[in-house]
Design a protein around this ligand. Structure first.
Ligand SMILES: Nc1ncnc2c1ncn2[C@@H]1O[C@H](COP(=O)(O)OP(=O)(O)OP(=O)(O)O)[C@@H](O)[C@H]1O
Ligand SMILES: [Zn+2]
Length: 890
């Protein structure tokens, strides 16, 4: 198998990478953390899916992305293949969204099917792949640390030796199963043998012979006794027949006797019945005579001359009609009486009511009249008050006779006078003020003059031109005083006039008040007069009404009396009609009795004829019975002649004899039958025992045959098991020998130190290192570097062994080494180069080595440089001959 190309998208540190790989040695080179291991991991993951991962599925997707894609192209056994996987993140978890493997035969889909296909194709699961082809970084010690058992399992698995062990175990199980069956069959055989021995010791054929002879004898005896028994039975039957027929005759005679007795009884009781009927007949006839005399009496009382039914009915019809008429008249008369009575009652009630109403009218009139008298007295008082008012008004009017104004002009006059008075008062006040100031001016002048100063200007008087003015001032005062007194007088005159005018206004007001009062009084007077007139009218009406009601009452009284009279007449009529009705009813009653008697007579006559007929039919019946009685008596006599006592006696004797024999023979026969059954039973038992013996013999033969077959099968299984075991041991030994040789060769090639003589690998895969002095060393005791070399040697040896063992049928996967130079000094690194070289020479098609060691670069056919951009943190690969050339030049 060879990897040809890998393409990655968002796988771990790779964003988008496409790398071709060739045959030969490819070295993947780069700094720590640049993504070398991830590249190998991608190839491994493409083949085996998640079981090839150390981490989880989520880890393969580049951080921050949600989908990654891996494509791997490879060739295998001449065919081309391509795997494509796509992993997608959904939420926290990643899932394989696509997984397809294209093969020359078609495509396989789904992670499971693809993994299974790859396992089958490479004949390795992911673990075997790791153990053999893919030496992972840091796992160099795995095979050394493993226990021999684990190592054996790993290597056996790789070399497919496990299958042989599986076969051997299966055969062993089968062999044990065969053995279990064989033991069972042996047990059964022993048991069958002992059963046969037991049965043969019993002498079964002789016993059978004896029993059959005995059975024959018993059967002939049974036959003889059965013949005798049949004879006895026949005799008994014959005797019983004779006895039975005689018994019948006796029975018939007894029946006849009973019949005769019964018939005689019936005849005599029928005769008794006839006598009874005769008595009844006589009684009925007597009754008819009685009824006929009753009928004659009733007929005489009725107005009929013949007791004939239709005549009676006709008469009765007439009387009923008359009676109905009479009853109708009574009903009418009583209706009349009823209505007259109620009329009389209604009229009497009306009289009472009318009288009451007349009384009420009279009472009302009396009340009204006393009201009228009172009203008239009040009216006279009012009229007087009115004439008094008129006098007062006249008096007040007289006051205006010598007045300057008329009534109703006082207001105007008064306001005029009051205005005059106001004007005068104002002038007076002004004058008084002027007088005051004039008087003051005089007294000032006097004071100044006394002081020698001018009273006018206050300057020294001597040269004043104003001294004479004082006199003028005094004159002015007296003038003013005069005018003031004139004014006062005028005002007093006006005030007198005002007083008079005020008295007149008062009189005017008095007149107006009285006039108003007079108007009210007059109105009231008028109303009262009207009311009185109305009352008078009403009183007159009431008087008239009372008289009318009285007349009406008298009339009604008369009507009531008439009605009562008519009611009495009707009552009298009813009495008469009642008498007539009673008489009619009596007559009808008599006619009914007559009809009843006639009916009874008819019935009695019918009874007589019925009784007579019955008597006759009974007589006929008895005649018949007597005839039958005679017949029966004849038959009885006949039968009594037939009866023979001697023959009966003989039959009885024979029957007793036969019964006696039968009684004895039955138990004997039962005994014999029992004996026969017992014998047959025993014969059956012996026969079935003989059959069982035969069966047992057959069974023994079959078991013996089976046992032989099982013995040989067991032997074969044993051989087969041994063979598988041997084969595996041989194969393993061969492999171990070869592996040991290859391991020694490889180790010698890579390890310079010649302290170790040889490496030993036992059949149980115990590994031992022998030193030069011959002492053994556990591989765990080796140094780190030695161990790495030892492990590489072991891996390469296993790879070679597999490659040589299987090549052809299943081409090997590429040899992949991840960081094999860890722990190695530079000298050993160059040895590693030699190892790689030797593997290539041995024909390994493709070797991929991951290393950052320059020395290994030199050994490469192809160089792949992996680097990581420190800013984006994304890895890229470069593949190049120029790189290789540069490396070689150094
Ligand atoms: N899912 C991921 N997304 C992004 N980067 C990742 C993811 N997983 C791993 N890496 C990065 O890839 C690098 C690991 O690569 P890898 O182990 O292949 O390196 P290397 O070249 O083999 O290193 P060394 O020489 O030390 O063995 C680390 O730097 C890691 O941060
Ligand atoms: Zn690495």
């Amino acid at each position: 198998m060879r990897i040809e190309r890998v393409r990655l998208e968002n796988f771990k540190p790779y964003r988008d990478t496409d790398l071709r790989l060739d045959r030969g040695v490819t070295v993947i080179h780069g700094l720590n953390g640049s993504g070398k291991s991830s590249l190998l991991e991608a190839c491994f993951f493409a083949l085996y899916g998640s079981s090839a991962l150390d981490g989880t599925l989520e880890d393969v997707i580049t951080n921050g992305e949600d989908e990654c894609e891996i494509e791997l192209w490879f060739s295998h056994d001449g065919g081309s293949y391509r795997v494509e996987r796509r992993v997608r993140l959904s939420g926290e978890r990643a899932q394989t969204a696509t997984c397809v493997l294209e093969t020359p035969e078609g495509s396989v889909e789904g992670a499971r099917d693809v993994e299974r296909y790859v396992e089958g194709m490479l004949r390795m699961d992911s673990e075997a792949f790791v153990n053999c082809a893919y030496v992972r970084q840091g796992e160099v010690n795995k095979l050394i640390h493993a226990t021999p058992g684990e190592r054996q399992d790993m290597i056996d698995d790789l070399l497919q030796l496990g299958t042989l062990e599986e076969y051997r175990e299966r055969v062993s199980e089968a062999r044990l199963g065969v053995n279990d069956v064989r033991t069972d069959v042996q047990g059964s055989l022993r048991e069958v043998d002992s059963q046969i021995d037991e049965k043969e010791g019993k002498g079964l054929p002789a016993t059978l012979n004896d029993l059959e002879t005995e059975l024959n004898e018993t059967e002939s005896e049974i036959e003889r006794f059965e013949g005798n028994r049949d004879n006895a039975e026949r005799t008994r039957e014959e005797a019983e027949e004779v006895l039975d027929s005689h018994e019948e005759v006796r029975g018939e005679i007894a029946t006849l006797e009973d019949d005769i007795e019964e018939l005689r009884g019936t005849i005599s009781s029928t005769e008794d019945e006839r006598d009874g009927l005769k008595g009844e007949l006589a009684e009925t006839r007597e009754r008819i005579a009685e009824l006929e005399s009753e009928r004659d009496g009733l007929l005489a009382e009725s107005e009929l001359d013949r007791a004939k039914e239709d005549a009676i009915e006709e008469r009765r019809g007439e009387l009923e009609t008359e009676l109905e008429g009479c009853r109708e008249s009574i009903r009418e008369a009583s209706l009349d009486a009823q209505s007259e009575k109620s009329d009389a009652k209604a009229a009497a009630e009306a009289v009472e009511e009318l009288a009451e109403r007349a009384e009420e009218a009279r009472e009302e009139r009396a009340t009204l009249e006393s009201g009228i008298e009172e009203g008239e007295a009040a009216l006279a008082d009012r009229r007087e008050a009115l004439s008094e008012l008129d006098g007062e008004i006249e008096e007040l009017r007289d006051r205006f006779d010598d007045a300057p104004v008329d009534v109703s002009e006082t207001d105007e006059l008064l306001s005029e006078l009051r205005e005059q008075r106001e004007g005068l008062r104002e002038r007076e006040t002004e004058l008084r003020a002027s007088l005051e100031s004039a008087r003051e001016a005089v007294s000032e002048g006097e004071r100044l003059r006394e002081a020698g100063k001018c009273p006018e200007c206050g300057q020294p008087v001597e040269e004043s031109p104003h001294v004479d003015a004082l006199e003028d001032r005094r004159e002015r005062v007296s003038e003013l005083e005069e005018t003031l007194s004139e004014l006062r007088e005028g005002r007093e005159g006006v005030e007198d006039r005002i007083d008079r005018a005020e008295a007149l206004a008062e009189a005017e007001e008095g007149i107006a008040r009285r006039k108003e009062r007079r108007g009210t009084l007059e109105e009231l007077l008028k109303e009262r007069e009207d009311a009185l007139a109305e009352k008078r009218e009403r009183a007159a009406d009431l008087e008239e009404r009372a008289a009318e009601l009285k007349d009406e009452a008298d009339e009604k009284h008369e009507t009531a009396a008439e009605a009562r009279e008519r009611a009495e007449e009707a009552q009298e009529r009813i009495g008469e009609l009642d008498e007539r009705r009673t008489a009619l009813e009596e007559r009808i009653g008599r006619l009914e009795s007559l009809a009843d008697v006639l009916g009874k007579i008819e019935d009695a006559r019918e009874t007589v004829s019925t009784l007579r007929e019955r008597r006759e039919s009974l007589a006929e019946l008895n005649d018949e019975r007597r005839e039958r009685l005679a017949e029966k008596r004849d038959r009885k006599a006949e039968l009594e002649d037939e009866y023979d006592p001697e023959r009966i006696e003989d039959a009885r004797d024979r029957k007793a004899e036969a019964e006696d024999y039968l009684e004895k023979v039955e138990p004997k026969l039962a005994e014999l039958a029992e004996e026969e059954a017992r014998l047959r039973d025993r014969i059956g038992g012996v026969k079935s025992e003989l059959e069982a013996l035969e069966e047992l013999r057959e069974r023994r033969d079959a078991l013996e045959e089976r046992l032989e077959a099982l013995d040989s099968l067991y032997g074969e299984a044993e051989q087969l098991q041994e063979m598988y075991g041997r084969l595996r041991a041989e194969l393993r030994q061969r492999n171990v020998d070869q592996l040991e040789r290859m391991l020694n060769e490889t180790f010698e090639l890579v390890y310079q130190n010649d302290a170790y003589a040889t490496l030993e690998l036992t059949g149980e895969y115990e590994l031992t290192v022998y030193q030069k002095d011959g002492s053994p060393l556990d591989p765990e005791q080796l140094s780190g570097g030695e161990r790495a070399l030892f492990n590489l040697s072991l891996r390469c040896a296993i790879y070679r062994l597999l490659a040589e063992g299987i090549e052809g049928a299943a081409p090997m996967p590429p040899l992949i080494l991840d960081e094999p130079t860890v722990f190695l000094d530079s000298g050993h690194v160059s040895k590693l180069v030699d190892l790689v070289e030797s593997m290539r020479r041995l024909g390994v098609e493709q070797i991929v080595v991951v290393s950052h060691d320059d020395e290994l670069v030199g050994a490469a056919d192809e160089l792949v440089r992996v680097s990581k951009d420190p800013t984006t943190n994304r890895s890229t690969v470069e593949r190049g001959e120029e790189l290789l050339a540069a490396g070689a030049a150094e």
